[in-house]
Structures are given as structure tokens and as C-alpha cells.
Design a protein around this ligand. Structure first.
Ligand code: ATP
Ligand code: MG
Length: 264
């Protein structure tokens, strides 16, 4: 199985883990990579919905973990033009009869089987906020963690603490993604905060990318159109993961102009 296994985590809920995991999966697939995206948020799974595949889910990660289906039965391919495969999660707790430690081991095994099946070059595991069964299972397979945080100092500090916590899960390689970066709100705070770079440095998690607030992306998640601003940001992040040195705001001219508001 590939070494490129990333889990998505945050201590706070609703910061955009699922959005970033899906955006980055699509960006990697656009670069010609075979990508497995697994929904490991077992308390509020939603990747099937965001991919418009909710009516196509027949089997889930839990069914695969319980060996009542094959990877081929569970995997969905939401976008014909992309080698991006989704392993959906069940909306019910259908592993409750097993001890939690066994659930975790089996779920980690299920994702490995799914990755083998498609010859995945990247595996992205979306987990819920905080410490959960999904996080424990994801950490058994993942080599790296992407920590998603808002641009406020409090959110970035929480990301630093999440990064520390990853060590106890055996994950030493962590990256920070700031999402959503709202230019207007940063402008309003001009001169009232420490430099965001100082705060990011203080968090001790290397910055992988900044995703702007993108209303088009919200509409896309509701099934109307596709995100624009954020697509360039996800592409930048994908290229950085592939080893390229990409300037922080490449392809994002509006943000480039205003970056002094964030990095004053
Ligand atoms: N860059 C962005 N621009 C605009 N809206 C965004 C952006 N990123 C996320 N959102 C919105 O924020 C909300 C929360 O995003 P998301 O579900 O990805 O967060 P999460 O961290 O996965 O949440 P949870 O902790 O519940 O799993 C969604 O309504 C999503 O549309
Ligand atoms: Mg989520």
C-alpha cells in the first residue's frame, strides 16, 4: 500500500476538514493520481452527500470491515473523469456488536483493502472533530495528518495542540491548512493582531496551504455549480504535496493583493 496516507483532523468542529479532504482529493486526481477518499467520520458522515452519491451507497466501510462485502461493492466513483474513489460510511453504528479496539483494527484493514483494490497512490481519511473511533482507525494507517483550522489565533493555537496530540497516535508528520480564509474579516482586524505568520510559527505545524472563503464552493456542495477560488488553492496544496515549491497564493490574484492583511 502507498505511503501517501493522510488523515484530516481538528479539535474544533466545522472548520472544513471534509471540504478540504474532498477538494484536495479532487485536485490530486486532476493531477492524474489514483485517489481513495474514505469517510471515517462515523458520527456525522457526509462525503457521499457532498459528492452527490447519496443514492448510490450500497455498502460502506463498516460492511467491508465486517467482511460482508468486497471493496468493489463499497467503492463509489463520483466523477467519471477522475480516478477518485469514495469509501462511504454508514449513517448507523453497524459495528456496535464488536469491541471498539476490534472495530478500529478492522476499519484500518478495510481501508488498506480498498486502497489495494484501486492501486491508490494517495489515501485521504476524513475524520470527525476531536478524538474519535475514526481518528484511531485512520491513525493506524496514516503516515501524516492535515490539521485544518480557521485563521483566528484561537483556532491556530488549537491546531498546534491537535498537532501535539497526533504524536500520541504515532503520527509525526503534520501539516496545517487554514480554511476558510476570509479576506474581509482579516481586513477588519488589521493592526489589531500579531502577524499571522508569528501565530502560525507558534503553532509549530508547517503550513501546507490557505483556502479562501468561497461562496461558489458552498453552492457546489449544495449541488449548484462548482467552487472557483478554492479550486486553485486546492491545486496549490496538491502540487506542494507532490514536492513542488508553489507560492502560497499562486493562482489566487485577489488574495495575493490582500495578503498583507493576513501577514501584516
Ligand atoms: N473554503 C470555504 N469557503 C466557504 N465555505 C466553506 C469553506 N470550507 C468549509 N466551508 C463550509 O463550512 C461548513 C463546514 O465545513 P465542513 O463540513 O467541511 O467542516 P468539518 O470540519 O468537516 O465539520 P465536522 O467537524 O462537523 O466534520 C460547510 O457548510 C462548508 O460548506
Ligand atoms: Mg466533516
Amino acid at each position: 500500500m502507498t505511503d501517501n496516507v493522510l488523515l484530516f483532523a481538528s479539535s474544533k468542529g466545522g472548520v472544513g476538514k471534509t471540504t478540504v479532504a474532498l477538494g484536495l482529493s479532487r485536485a490530486l486526481a486532476k493531477l492524474g493520481q489514483r485517489v481513495l477518499l474514505a469517510d471515517f467520520d462515523f458520527s456525522s458522515p457526509c462525503l457521499d452527500l457532498l459528492c452527490g452519491m447519496e443514492d448510490h451507497v450500497l455498502c460502506t466501510a463498516a460492511d467491508l470491515a465486517k467482511e460482508i462485502c468486497t471493496p468493489g461493492d463499497a467503492l463509489l466513483r463520483p466523477y467519471d473523469e477522475l480516478e477518485l474513489y469514495l469509501l462511504p460510511a454508514s449513517q448507523e453504528d453497524c459495528m456496535a456488536e464488536l469491541p471498539e479496539a476490534e472495530q478500529i483494527t478492522r476499519l484500518a484493514c478495510a481501508v488498506e483493502q480498498a486502497a489495494e483494490q484501486i492501486g491508490a497512490e494517495y489515501v485521504l481519511l476524513d475524520t470527525g472533530a476531536g478524538v474519535s473511533k475514526g481518528l484511531h482507525a485512520a491513525a493506524k494507517t496514516a503516515r501524516s495528518a492535515v490539521i485544518v483550522a480557521g485563521h483566528t489565533p484561537a483556532s491556530i493555537r488549537a491546531a498546534g495542540m491537535t498537532g501535539q496530540r497526533m504524536l500520541s497516535h504515532g503520527i509525526t508528520e503534520t501539516y496545517l491548512v487554514i480554511n476558510p480564509y476570509d479576506v474581509k474579516s482579516c481586513a477588519a482586524k488589521k493592526n489589531t493582531r500579531h502577524s499571522m505568520l508569528e501565530i502560525i510559527d507558534g503553532a509549530g505545524v508547517p503550513l501546507l496551504g490557505v483556502v479562501p472563503y468561497d461562496y461558489a464552493l458552498v453552492l457546489a456542495q449544495e449541488g449548484h455549480g462548482s467552487g472557483e477560488l478554492s479550486a486553485a488553492a486546492f491545486q496549490n496544496i496538491a502540487n506542494r504535496l507532490r514536492g513542488q515549491a508553489v507560492p502560497l497564493f499562486s493562482g489566487l490574484p485577489k488574495i495575493r493583493k490582500q495578503k498583507r492583511m493576513l501577514f501584516q
